[in-house]
Design a binder for this molecule. Structure first.
Ligand SMILES: NC(=O)c1ccc[n+]([C@@H]2O[C@H](COP(=O)([O-])OP(=O)(O)OC[C@H]3O[C@@H](n4cnc5c(N)ncnc54)[C@H](OP(=O)(O)O)[C@@H]3O)[C@@H](O)[C@H]2O)c1
Length: 257
């Protein structure tokens, strides 16, 4: 039986993995994806983020060369600047777009300004950074972009509808980008995890079908090794999402979380 936990050398990005950019360089899920990839000593990982100490600590866990790039998602112009910095010393083969915040809805209700930061971090910054990176990947004629969407993108829940709206925007962007890049040599892999137990969800009761950063990492590595353009983690979320779409609204709005 084929081992889906490690990318296959022949059809995945494995042997070609030279330079990998993780946007949200301290992301638990992003780092778990890197841990599941066949990063040889010749590879270089670029960790982009805002907290240099934590980025340096994350870099120390990786088995290859690393570079830390300063990136503040909410700063105007940060996307194009990041693309220029990432490609400065050579082409990038894999981009993992993992920046995000999950601000509780009640805090957004009290401080609507925080909603702008959430949307900037979970949606707008991905669009500007990925468009700038796409131009360079397209020129190189190769590369892969992994976008961390969410099951929250499928249907807004009253418990976190601003986050859901931002993820729905990101999800739509990811699908459109994938179509726009068809035939260019650049591939988009859209990832829709469910509830992931970790830093972002600390203190929250795990939802049904909850998963872990490590499981997402293994699933993404397997998706990259094959030809997948969209993966759910866990895979059993896919049929659940079909049901989520058709639940009558009068029932849907009763969901407390
Ligand atoms: N955890 C879940 O249940 C879950 C489920 C589905 C999808 N996702 C998505 O998966 C992605 C990764 O999530 P995760 O679980 O790995 O969360 P995480 O560990 O909290 O990582 C979030 C990353 O975003 C970065 N970030 C936040 N605000 C930023 C800003 N203004 N500028 C630059 N970087 C910023 C964080 O940097 P700092 O270290 O500086 O804060 C961190 O690197 C997110 O897009 C999330 O929405 C998560």
């Amino acid at each position: 039986m084929k081992d889906r936990t490690r990318p296959a050398a022949a059809d995945g990005p494995g042997p070609q993995l030279g330079r990998v950019l993780l946007i949200g360089g301290t992301s638990e899920i992003g780092l778990a994806i890197l841990a599941a990839l066949p990063l040889g000593p010749a590879a270089e990982v670029l960790l982009a983020g805002r907290d240099e100490d934590r980025l340096t600590a994350a870099a120390a866990t990786l088995p290859c060369r690393t570079t830390v790039l300063r990136y503040e998602a909410a700063e105007p112009g940060s996307g194009p600047a990041l693309a220029a910095a990432a490609f400065h010393d050579g082409p990038v083969d894999l981009v993992i777009s993992a920046a995000g915040v999950l601000t509780p809805q009640d805090r957004l209700d009290e401080n609507p300004g925080d909603a702008a930061v959430l949307i900037e971090t979970n949606f707008t910054s991905h669009v500007t950074a990925l468009l700038a990176l796409t131009a360079r990947l397209r020129a190189a004629g190769q590369g892969t972009i992994v976008i961390l969407s969410s099951v929250a993108a499928i249907r807004p829940r009253k418990a976190n509808f601003v986050y859901g709206a931002a993820k729905a925007g990101l999800d739509a962007f990811g699908r459109g980008l994938a179509d726009a890049l068809d035939g260019s040599g650049v591939r988009v892999l859209l990832v829709r995890p469910g509830f992931v137990v970790g830093r972002m969800t600390a203190g929250m009761e795990p939802a049904p079908l909850a998963t872990t950063p490590e499981q997402v990492g293994v699933a993404v590595a397997a998706g990259l090794a094959g030809r997948a353009r969209l993966i759910w983690v866990p895979g059993s979320l896919r049929p659940v999402a079909i049901l989520m779409r058709v639940v009558p609204r009068r029932w849907w709005r009763r969901l407390q979380r």
